[in-house]
Design a protein around this ligand. Structure first.
Ligand SMILES: [Zn+2]
Length: 265
């Protein structure tokens, strides 16, 4: 089994969205991360970052948000397809795509993997489809809706074991959005990683058990931040997608962990 990270562009995000307290008009440049897990049952992509149209026409694709509170800094050489090529992984080999949630910086390339099945959490999908044409909430119709992708909706309350062997477990971390989830990856040796999605935005929030600034339900978001902090205290490495300090020192494509069935590599 392997776990790789791929930095797929950056976004200037209003610090009020990241930390709370309302829009401040001050942007912080944060990475937009994707992850690839090689499991004996197949390759899984966790989050797909931004649609390639965002490279050339961000306002046309994202609307006004692209000039105000989420300003992309994204080039074609940084898309998930480009990163997979750099990693020597054929996109046609991807079996499943799973998203932490359906905001426009997490699922923009879902439909560029026609051979993969998108496993979408029903509660997130239904919420997102209701808002995808508003231009305001960070959900974009072409990212996740309609033809051109094979979609499978999944429903669960607390957690969902993707392959039934405990290696990839989706953990409900609602609050940032109604169907938000995080992914726990456990290797045969017991080494564990949790990819937070946007249930936490910063390392400071993990340390202080604070929810992200942007929430749909603050109480639920607080419970999710606590859950992730608990997992960290139990020994899991918590990987926060938009925390610059985690990713700026690593190459754009990084092998985070690799292990055979016999134990640590
Ligand atoms: Zn989000």
């Amino acid at each position: 089994m392997k776990l790789l990270s791929a930095c797929c562009g950056h976004i200037g995000v209003d610090t009020g969205l990241l930390e709370g307290g309302g829009i401040r008009g001050e942007l912080r440049r944060v990475p937009s991360m994707c992850f690839v897990i090689e499991h004996p049952e197949g390759l899984v992509v966790w989050d797909t970052s931004m649609h390639p149209c965002v490279c050339t026409d961000p306002i046309g694709y994202w609307g006004k948000l692209a000039t105000t509170v989420t300003v992309p800094d994204y080039e074609e050489s940084e898309t998930l397809l480009a990163r997979l090529e750099q990693a020597g992984i054929e996109a046609s080999r991807i079996r499943f795509i799973i998203n932490s949630h359906l905001h426009n910086d997490h699922c923009g390339m879902n439909r560029f993997f026609p051979k993969a099945t998108v496993l979408a959490r029903r509660s997130e999908y239904e919420h997102a489809t209701g808002l995808m044409d508003t231009g305001k909430h960070g959900y974009v119709r072409d990212d996740f809706f309609g033809d051109g992708q094979s979609l499978e909706l999944i429903e669960y309350d607390d957690s969902f074991d993707v392959f039934g062997d405990g290696a990839l477990v989706l953990i409900s971390t609602v609050g940032h959005t109604p169907g938000h989830q995080s992914l726990q990856v456990t290797f045969p040796s017991g080494r564990r990683f949790v990819m937070t999605g946007d249930a936490l935005y910063t390392a400071g929030q993990l340390a202080a058990r604070k929810p992200p600034g942007l929430t749909f339900d603050k109480k639920e978001a607080q419970a999710s931040a606590d859950r992730l902090a608990d997992l960290g205290e139990e020994g899991a490495t918590i990987l926060i997608h938009h925390e610059p300090s985690l990713w700026e020192t690593r190459p754009a494509v990084t092998l985070l962990w690799e292990e055979g069935a016999a134990g640590a590599a």
